[in-house]
Design a binder for this molecule. Structure first.
Ligand code: NG6
Ligand code: CA
Length: 511
């Protein structure tokens, strides 16, 4: 990386970058939801623009081999926070509405790592990692354990996903604006015979469902799960993005004088895609891409806030996604019908729910004005590596039993000359014991223990397609994973099978 004059660094109040001298920039991780490699213009989208995300890429490093660790939400978020592959732990698949906390209180996380070196920490946006003890969330009481018990000083959450009940905000330990005279009830079964659902009142919905998502109706949209009460606490889907920005700006202002770590967890472009009215109809492909433009607006607002507070040159921003794209994920929002020539997964095959590259290879940008030189990098960096990499940057210690699979790729992340990313990386679909993708150099082995893959072609409806247990691809020549080379390269396949099994069985891959 380029040499930065010392006087400049001193003026910024940061020390030069070296292993001996840790630096403590503010860190904002912006994680999009269900955003594919080709969904933003700096990664090849041509039919609409994402100028604010593009600007991050112009000013920083745009990774072409940036990954999240799973092709669904909960395992990627679990791994990002703990630094452990989610396939190591039971119960890390997509969390249901009333899931207890998946990460037990006191578990070391990237957030507690930041706290240990004096940062203020917050998560704002989608959580989807469960809340509460064994019995699940006490929606009318204290919602703990949750983020505050694993290293966050503050949280402002969409507790599950927007398609799962209940549609309320959680601030720290409580549902926000909950009237004790109108308690929240959340359950798996219909609370009464006449409780309106997406089935009984389908003709009243403002957005129809296509599969699942036919239980309690809120804001004209039926959801996964049932709930009653908490009327005053309920949000409008259209206002979520504004809320994340408002709360982030407030928190950044309050914490601007000390180093801070903000996990900005956008719900865009997860279903139900219901962007604010001012974004509806702004792109050619319906609400799915309108939601991406809304996400881009959020990124712009965060960047502007940093500029206004003169924090941009002391803030590292990482932009990433939690899994690849999906068109029809349960609502009739036209994403599939209006997709046209838009390739949400870019040149890759598969998407959400699959271990083809489209499931986990996603936009990944690191920007730190004045410190990171603008570049495009093909080094492999992943969401699971942020824990070790940022510990290395800030001089934090990692407990011996933590961050078991998090690689220190800080050099590659900051664009240091000749710095390497990962040599090998395991991708997974959902939860423990599912399907794996294993990248080693430019080779990719797929191991489908289930014998099936989901959503093989992103433009088609969700489907289960039979697939051989093992497939081998050369990503260099065949990024689209079309030509299975397992017969012609048996030695490479055997070696990779062995190494993958070793990583799975050994319980740790951090060396
Ligand atoms: C699936 C849901 C899908 C989405 C996903 C989680 C059905 C039929 N499908 O079970 O709509 O909610 O879970 O997405 O209910 S994620 O990005 O949060 O992992
Ligand atoms: Ca997701």
């Amino acid at each position: 990386m380029k040499k930065i004059p010392l006087f400049f660094l001193l003026a910024l109040g940061v020390a030069p970058l070296s292993a001996e001298e840790p630096v403590k920039p503010n860190v904002i991780v912006i994680m999009a939801d269900d955003l594919g490699y080709g969904d933003v213009s700096c990664y090849g989208a041509t039919t609409y623009e994402t100028p604010n995300i593009d600007k991050l890429a112009e000013q920083g490093i745009r990774f072409t081999s940036g990954y999240c660790s799973a092709s669904t939400c909960t395992p990627t978020r679990y791994s990002f926070l703990t630094g452990n592959y989610a396939f190591r732990k039971e119960g890390t698949g997509i969390a249901p509405p009333s899931s207890p906390a998946i990460i037990p209180g006191g578990t070391p996380t990237i957030a507690s790592m930041f706290q240990s070196v004096g940062y203020k920490t917050a998560v704002i946006g989608k959580w989807h990692l469960g809340l509460g003890g064994e019995d699940g969330p006490d929606w009318n009481g204290d919602l703990k354990p949750g983020p505050l018990e694993i290293g966050f000083d503050h949280c402002f959450l969409l507790p599950t996903t927007n398609d799962r009940v209940p549609q309320v905000y959680v601030e720290d330990h409580r549902v926000l604006n909950l009237d004790p005279n109108d308690p929240l009830w959340v359950g798996k079964k219909k609370p009464s015979e006449d409780h309106p659902t997406g089935i009984s009142h389908r003709d009243t919905l403002k957005m129809d469902w296509t599969h699942g998502h036919n239980a309690t109706i809120h804001n004209g949209i039926s959801r996964i799960g049932f709930y009653t009460g908490g009327e005053e606490a309920r949000f409008r889907d259209e206002d979520l993005a504004d809320k994340w920005v408002e709360q982030s700006m407030k928190w950044i202002e309050e914490n601007k004088d000390e180093p801070f770590f903000l996990f900005f967890a956008s719900h865009d472009c997860h279903v139900p895609r219901m962007p604010h009215e001012r974004f509806q109809g702004t792109t050619p492909h319906g609400y799915r891409t309108d939601s991406i433009v809304q996400l881009d607006w959020c990124v712009g607002e965060l960047s502007k806030t940093l500029d206004r507070l003169e924090l941009s040159e002391n803030t590292l921003i990482v932009f990433c996604s939690d899994n690849g794209p999906v068109m029809d994920d349960g609502y009739a929002d036209g994403a599939l019908e209006k997709v046209g020539e838009h390739h949400a997964a870019g040149p890759f095959r598969g998407g959400k729910y699959s271990v083809y590259e489209g499931g986990t290879r996603t936009p990944f940008i690191a920007t730190w004005k004045g410190t990171i030189d603008p570049a495009v990098s093909d080094e492999v960096v992943t969401t699971i590596d942020l824990y070790s990499s940022l510990a290395s940057l800030t001089g934090a210690e990692i407990p011996a039993d933590a961050a078991l699979d998090s690689a220190d790729v800080s050099g590659a992340l900051l664009g240091k000359e000749n710095a390497k990313g990962r040599e090998e990386f395991v991708q997974q679909d959902n939860g423990k014991g599912g399907n794996y993708g294993f990248r080693s150099g430019n080779w990719k082995l797929q191991r489908h223990d289930s014998g099936k893959t989901r959503n093989l072609v992103v433009e088609k409806l969700l489907e289960n397609t039979p697939v051989p247990q093992f497939q081998l691809f050369n990503l260099d020549q065949d990024p689209g994973e079309e030509e299975n080379l397992i017969e012609s390269h048996p030695e490479i396949a055997e070696k990779m099978k062995g190494r993958l099994a070793e990583i799975i069985e050994s319980g740790s891959s951090r060396r």
